[in-house]
Ligand binder design. Structure first.
Ligand code: CA
Ligand code: CA
Length: 220
């Protein structure tokens, strides 16, 4: 353990003077197969809140309409009663039963006068999976599924070692990479730039550790 800590500290020192340039990367969480039921719209937005222009992209041998780098959704509806409160719930996977494992954290804004709500996605928490959107109204009866979409991602931000999870091993891998003690795969290199500054260094390792410690909500 002491040896590991010693390694990390020495690598942080080395990284302090070494910065590996990397083409500016982003957390690729592309949304496709967006579908809604009547009366509801779900519009993928970029980081500035602008509607994303879709592109045709091949995913699993099928040409899909893809909204690249979706950061948020604008979600609108026509409520039966304008005063109805609508709670938006997003679940990952195919189950319609909310559990601690499939509820996706979203940052919902309250319904406005136009009966519209918006919610922010945190792409680093989204896996390559399908997602279903449910609403619950104060005047309704339970949860109703009103929209769904799928997420395609080339990599998970922070997952430097390509094992599908973000944890302290990724931070260690980044430190070892920065010290030329380990390699990163092409996707691992993109995933390693956890702070998006275009370089892979100790700051990325620190950000991952802070994320895993719950000190920051998202790597984005
Ligand atoms: Ca990992
Ligand atoms: Ca970085």
């Amino acid at each position: 353990m002491k040896r590991t800590i010693s390694l990390i500290l020495s690598v942080i020192f080395i990284c302090g003077v070494t910065c590996i340039p990397l083409s500016a990367g982003s957390n690729e969480a592309d949304v496709y197969a967006v579908s809604t039921t009547g009366g509801y719209t779900l519009t993928p937005l970029d980081d500035d809140g602008n509607a994303i222009v879709s592109v045709l992209q091949e995913i699993d041998d099928v040409m899909e309409t893809v909204y690249q780098k979706t950061e948020k959704f604008a979600f609108s509806y026509t409520a039966t009663n304008a005063s109805d409160f609508q709670l938006v719930l997003m679940l990952s996977g195919s189950s319609a039963v909310p559990t601690k494992d499939n509820i996706v954290y979203i940052d919902q804004t309250m319904p406005g006068a136009a009966n519209a709500v918006a919610f922010t996605l945190y792409p680093s928490s989204l896996n390559q999976s399908e997602y279903h959107v449910f609403v619950s109204t104060s005047g309704g009866t339970g949860l109703s599924e009103v929209a769904d979409f799928k997420v395609y991602r080339e990599y998970i931000l922070g997952d430097a070692n390509d094992d599908g999870v973000v944890d302290s091993l990724d931070a260690l891998r980044i430190l070892r990479y920065a010290a030329s003690l380990a390699d990163l795969s092409p996707t691992g290199l993109k995933a390693a730039d956890a702070n998006g500054d275009g370089a892979v260094d100790s700051l990325d390792a620190l950000r991952i550790l802070r994320y895993k410690a719950g000190l920051i909500l998202s790597l984005n």
